[in-house]
Design a protein around this ligand. Structure first.
Ligand code: SF4
Length: 394
């Protein structure tokens, strides 16, 4: 089954196309005025941003169009549900814009803007006026990384690091490359989906990739495609450009109701991603984030979709893991049978949890780890006294 469809605007795109950003719903004539009035209330709380290229991927004749679901607000976002920091990222924030959860890995939140705003974003709090978790000044973060020799992985995130100026991004990458123990630099970015020309037209950025993604120490692009229709010719060219200039590319995305909660959709995307050299890495169970109720799928249903997806694909297309990014670590969903849910800590904040297998009672209405009840004979006490490790000494 081919899900992607044809998008006329993309067929005429030029190599150096510039997207036009759109921040107001009244600039989108396809949204009827009566709907707009309701949705503007949503955007007062959760900001809206898109661009003409990405909006051009929408089939407006389809009321359930997945790209529309991804980018156009819905009134259900105002439902009371979840909280703004569902994974308690504040608890691993060690300095302004610096998150340190696993011993070897640090996140630098270095930009608070994205190419567009995904309605289901788990970090939507960063885009709110009162939030101050992101900083463009990464000097504190760089000092922290220098002082902690166990840090070998640095993820530039936010927001989207590829929305920073090339000069600024190059300065940060160059500074990281001067720290001998930093081996892998990761760029978490949805720009190949939102604006492929960010990479395609910028030769300075391509030069940065070639210079600092070396044979010994690679830069990884953690791409974020959610639906096969995002894999347009310019998007595929954008990934090819990253690969040609020395990046390693992988894809991670959440499972999102109405967008990719369908094995047909995910299997097609996984196959295509592996074909173009950007194979799937993680599929995330959606975090119970405020505003995200309309986009979330119960855990058991999510597992069924994922399991059916990986049964269909080639080996490379099926390397993804289905995980919850819980505040205690990355919890992989291994299997679910009629009675039980089998989980394992793929990554864990605390040493005693790493690799730990857990068995919970099956609950088809649960969305998140905290809602599950341990199976008889199993205990789950991730926050017991004395169990927080000293990250630096771990
Ligand atoms: S690109 Fe990532 S950080 Fe930006 S809005 Fe989408 S999910 Fe959130």
């Amino acid at each position: 089954m081919v899900i992607r469809g044809v998008v006329p605007q993309v067929a005429t795109a030029t190599a150096d196309q510039r997207v036009r950003y759109i921040r107001a719903l009244d600039k989108i004539p396809n949204i009827p005025p009566e709907d707009r009035a309701i949705l503007e209330k949503v955007t007062e709380k959760f900001v809206f941003r898109a661009n003409d290229y990405y909006l051009g991927l929408i089939d407006w004749d389809d009321p359930n169009d997945p790209i529309k679901q991804l980018i156009i607000p819905r009134k259900e976002e105002l439902n009371e549900w979840g909280n703004l920091d569902a994974s308690n990222e504040q608890s691993v924030t060690v300095a302004h814009g610096v998150q340190h959860k696993y011993p070897d890995t640090v996140l630098l939140l270095c930009n608070e803007v994205c190419g567009a705003y995904c309605r289901y974003c788990f970090r939507k709090r960063l885009f709110m006026d009162e939030n101050d978790e992101v900083t463009n000044d990464v000097s504190t973060g760089l000092a922290y990384i220098r002082e902690n020799p166990q840090i070998s992985n640095v993820l530039l995130t936010g927001g989207d690091p590829l929305l920073m100026s090339t000069r600024r991004l190059t300065e940060i990458i160059a500074a990281l490359r001067e720290i001998p123990h930093v081996k892998i630099i990761r760029l978490g970015s949805k720009m190949p989906a939102f604006d492929p020309w960010r990479v395609l037209r910028d030769e300075e950025l391509q030069k940065t990739f070639r210079t600092y993604s070396t044979k010994e120490k690679r830069i990884y692009l953690m791409a974020h495609f959610d639906h096969p229709r995002e894999l347009t010719k310019p998007a595929i060219d954008g990934i090819a450009c990253c690969l040609k200039n020395g990046l390693i590319c992988v894809n991670q995305c959440p499972l999102i109701k109405g967008i990719n909660d369908d094995p047909d959709v995910l299997a097609e995307m996984y196959e295509e991603l592996s074909n173009i050299g950007c194979p799937p890495y993680y599929l995330f169970q959606g975090r119970p984030t405020a505003g995200n109720e309309p986009y979330e799928t119960p855990l058991v249903r999510g597992w069924e979709i994922f399991n059916e997806t990986i049964r269909r694909g080639s080996g490379l297309a099926c390397r993804a893991r289905f995980v919850m990014s819980h505040e205690t670590g990355k919890v992989e969903v291994l299997a679910i049978d009629d009675n039980y849910i089998f989980l394992r800590y793929h990554r864990a904040k605390h040493a005693h949890l790493r690799g730990k297998l857990m068995v919970f009672k099956r609950d088809d209405s649960a969305y998140w780890l905290d809602q599950l009840e341990p199976a008889d004979g199993f205990e789950y006490t991730p926050f017991s006294e004395g169990e927080y490790c000293n990250i630096a000494a771990d």
